[in-house]
Design a protein around this ligand. Structure first.
Ligand SMILES: Nc1ncnc2c1ncn2[C@@H]1O[C@H](COP(=O)(O)OP(=O)(O)O)[C@@H](O)[C@H]1O
Ligand SMILES: [Mg+2]
Length: 349
């Protein structure tokens, strides 16, 4: 019977009219098909709301358009990240997969369960948190999540001090993350102390939540590649539950330079000709000597430090032009502030 199942208006329109004829006709066909009489029709809220629905359909079309635009904006945001081509490709594939499952559901076709828990493997500063945040927003937009907010956690947020405390602490965090993404950084540290460690209690709680809250949140475990591989080897149950494993490679020097340019652009600064060459040298040195393996995070520190240094430099000038306010020079990159930091550019100066 029709009232045993809630029919959405989309379903009715598509099944009974292939989306081609007006709403009224669609509903009449729907009720005739189910052999419903007038009283039953009047009881049905879709029938009662039919006229207003007809008006709504215009609004709905606009809403669809709006949703598409919102999704495109988020995809653009993802694409604006430098590099990470493989990661972007995987995420796009999952978006397509989820959308197809949603459409199949509308036509009452068989669907495959979509479990979106993920493992992110990579060094610090390779864009893991940034990507997780965008993924939350995207999956919220396509209706897989409800809210899409990212909650970041690490061992200390999950593990408690006495027996039972950990399960409680982890559970609280999981509940807070419902509808969004729970991002657990350096997740391998949960397996650090072996069987007796409270980390294990946390892992068990997470695994249980993955069953209980199946499609209500996305759990992302992140950490160094080797550590995460070891962690997964020692937890075969976990490995099978996290079907999506994504590698975040270190950025190439070119990518680091592009990231720097992007960061300046976002902050409305520009590198002048000399500093453009110089930053390439600094970043090559960092990468080649592996003095700091902070990837984009090192770039961000460098950019922010040069901006502070730029302010210190130009404030001493008598007249400050708009151009002065915009252009970063080689001097700003060398800086004074960072003298006690282990930056190659300082030794270089
Ligand atoms: N591909 C990228 N393009 C532009 N900026 C990036 C990129 N990857 C990382 N960043 C920036 O670098 C910083 C560190 O990135 P983050 O996502 O926190 O790295 P992780 O979580 O892997 O340590 C952030 O400010 C982020 O905006
Ligand atoms: Mg991070």
């Amino acid at each position: 019977m029709y009232h045993k199942k809630r029919f959405s208006q989309d379903y009715i329109i598509e099944k009974f009219t292939m989306g081609k004829i007006p709403m009224t006709e669609a509903f009449n066909k729907f009720f005739n098909y189910h052999e419903l009489n007038i009283e039953e029709r009047n009881e049905n809220r879709y029938f009662r709301e039919e006229r207003s629905l007809e008006l709504n359909i215009v609004e709905k079309k606009e809403k669809n358009q709006e949703d598409r635009e919102k999704l495109n904006k988020l995809l653009e945001e993802m694409d604006s990240l430098i590099g990470l081509e493989e990661v972007k490709k995987i995420i796009r594939e999952y978006i397509a997969f989820i959308k197809v499952q949603q459409l199949r559901e509308r036509y009452q076709l068989k669907t495959s369960p979509v479990v979106m828990h993920m493992i992110f493997k990579g060094n610090p500063g390779t864009g893991k948190t940034t990507m997780a945040r965008i993924i939350g927003k995207i999956f919220n937009e396509i209706g897989y999540l409800q809210g899409g907010e990212l909650i970041e956690a690490e061992r200390a947020d999950l593990v408690g001090e006495y027996i039972g405390h950990t399960a409680q602490k982890t559970k609280k965090l999981l509940e807070r993350a419902l509808g969004g993404v729970l991002f657990i950084d350096e997740a391998y540290s949960l397996a650090r102390g072996g069987e007796k460690d409270f980390g294990k209690e946390s892992i068990d709680t997470i695994v249980k939540a993955m069953e209980d809250y199946k499609d209500k949140l996305i759990i992302i475990l992140a950490g160094y590649r080797d550590e995460m591989n070891f962690f997964l080897r020692t937890n075969p149950g976990l490995a099978s539950r996290f079907a999506i494993q994504i590698d975040f490679p270190d950025y190439t020097i070119d990518e680091l330079v592009q990231i720097a340019n992007l960061m300046y652009k976002e902050r409305e600064y520009i590198l002048d000709e000399k500093s453009k060459h110089y930053i390439y040298r600094i970043l090559s040195e960092i990468r080649n000597k592996e003095i700091i393996n902070g990837n984009a995070r090192t770039v961000r520190n460098l950019v922010e430090r040069s901006i502070r240094q730029h302010a210190r430099r130009i404030i001493k000038q008598k007249n400050i032009s708009k151009k002065d306010l915009i252009y970063i020079t080689k001097e700003d990159l060398i800086g004074e502030e960072g003298n006690n930091e282990k930056m190659p550019c300082n030794r270089d100066a």
